[in-house]
Design a protein around this ligand. Structure first.
Ligand code: SF4
Length: 354
């Protein structure tokens, strides 16, 4: 069953590449000749299982091409909450993303193609770190980045994405907050607000984005003087400073599609670079580093999705303990509310469970 058109419209407004609307569905069928044998086999099994495939922007193009939706972690989580009529969701991304889909999907089981896909950034902290920090700073709210496990989120007071971090910190309405685990995103927030930021984990970083350098951007800027350089906020502070724009993968997709500029220097994972070039063939998309590859994301393969759809191993199903679900839903709702209307809200700090 296809999602209702209203869902399609809404997701298009969110900057989505939407593959399942009537017209694009036709496109997918007419693309069959161009798809590989394995891609067609996956599509056959997907139909048989009545499965929805969600793929993160960092997945390889062969996966993105057969996905129903491609987007950033929040867009995909919202999609899982809005679509109806599927018997299962296949989430091609890392585990924390699939957990959010599992929390928001209404009674639709969520599966991941590979079980060992814990985001190394998310692994910097756990619930114990949050509880310890809360004891150290009683009454100071803990705001965690969406790139954290469900267990970590279940102890946090608020949650944010890279695109909403500064607004969420402001909305906490406190002179200081504990923020993490990404220390580069924390620096980005420090520059955007007057709120004192206490690092949840001062060494927290994404190893993929941490490797970008100012020299790489400057060299490319000399080569392409009219290009717009866009860096992800997980990049080091000086790289963000060297770029023209800083934003999430969702922002990059929107900016490249809508900007009148024709050349872009992109400082994020290569999966998005490939997607941007494919979807904007008239523009020139230059990766700031071709080495920016997330090996955790790349554990997901087309063959893995095929095997998952064929065998449905129970260990690939992602579930979140019931006692965590409502609190995480609440803080996600609060983040969406803050992002939606920008109004400040007083945060009530959650008591630690340990
Ligand atoms: S790119 Fe970085 S933040 Fe994203 S999944 Fe990989 S390690 Fe985690």
């Amino acid at each position: 069953m296809l999602p209702p058109q209203s869902t399609s419209d809404k997701l298009c407004r969110l900057g989505f590449r939407y593959n399942v609307s009537q017209s694009v569905h036709t496109r997918c069928e007419s693309m069959d000749d161009e798809l590989s044998v394995l891609q067609n086999k996956v599509l056959e099994l997907k139909k048989k299982r009545n499965a929805l495939i969600l793929a993160h922007n960092y997945q390889t193009m062969d996966i993105q091409e057969i996905a129903d939706f491609v987007g950033d972690s929040l867009q995909l989580a919202q999609t899982s909450a809005e679509v109806q009529g599927y018997d299962m969701i296949v989430f091609a991304g890392v585990r924390f993303m699939a957990e959010m889909a599992a929390i928001l999907a209404k009674n639709t089981p969520v599966y991941i193609p590979e079980t060992e896909v814990l985001c190394p950034l998310a692994a910097f902290v756990d619930a114990e770190v949050v509880c310890k920090k809360k004891k150290e700073y009683p009454g100071v709210p803990v705001i965690v980045y969406v790139n954290t496990t469900a267990e970590t989120k279940s102890e946090a007071d608020m949650i944010c994405t890279s695109g909403s971090a500064a607004e969420v910190v402001e909305a906490a309405n406190c002179p200081r907050v504990i923020f993490g685990p990404d220390s580069n995103l924390a620096d980005f927030v420090r520059k955007s607000t007057d709120v004192e930021i206490i690092d949840l984990e001062p060494s927290g970083h994404c190893y993929v984005h941490q490797r970008f350098t100012v020299e790489q951007i400057e060299k490319l800027k000399k080569q392409y003087p009219n290009a717009i350089a866009i860096a992800h906020p997980e990049c080091p502070d000086e790289v963000q400073e060297a770029a023209d724009l800083v934003g999430s993968t969702g922002m990059m997709v929107k900016t490249v599609a809508e900007s009148e500029a024709d050349t872009f220097l992109i400082a994020t994972e290569m999966g998005l670079v490939h997607q941007l070039q494919k979807n904007n063939p008239e523009k020139t998309i230059i990766p700031v580093s071709e080495d920016a590859i997330c090996f955790t994301m790349k554990r997901n393969t087309l063959k893995g999705i095929y095997n998952l759809l064929k065998n449905l191993p129970e260990e690939n199903r992602v579930t979140v303990p019931e006692h965590m679900v409502q609190h995480i839903k609440n803080i996600l709702d609060e983040m969406n509310r803050v992002k939606g209307n920008g109004k400040a809200a007083k945060v009530t700090t959650k008591a630690t469970t340990s």
